[in-house]
Write a protein that binds this ligand. Sequence first.
Ligand SMILES: [Zn+2]
Length: 167
Amino acid sequence: MKYRYCYHCGKPTIQKEIEGRQRSYCKQCRIVLYENPIPSVAVVLTDRAHRILLVRRSVEPGFGKWCLPGGFMEMGETPQQAAIREIREELGIDINDLKLLDIGTHLNGYYGDVLIIGFAAEIDAGLNLNPGDDVSDAKFYLLDERPELVFRVHENFIRTWRRRTGL
Ligand SMILES: [Zn+2]
């Protein structure tokens, strides 16, 4: 994932130890091309009966596996706006009243290191779900009858949610 080319001038970078880490450096621009985790969001969506809404992925990583709805933040968005947008894109529904749940990381994955901001929200189980392009299915599950999630950090969010709600 290191920057092999400078994103300012397009010239090849060199690898150099800077501040105790190997980093990409552009000799022309004299800048360090720092790498950082990518911010994303995930939402523990539950109904009044405490069933949890999961989505089945139709994209890599984790094609065909289940996970929490969510995705990467876009430029200019707050984490809350990103969560609301992702839920609209993946499920075709609007949510509000998001509660910050937890923060986690997914390291060395398909996209490198990802920072995941976890939210919780309650939704009406009677809403019509319209799964979007990244999702092949969306379903409410009882907590003890749900499939295992493809991302460990999502499992951690559900654990945090259960601890908070005492379920
Ligand atoms: Zn440069």
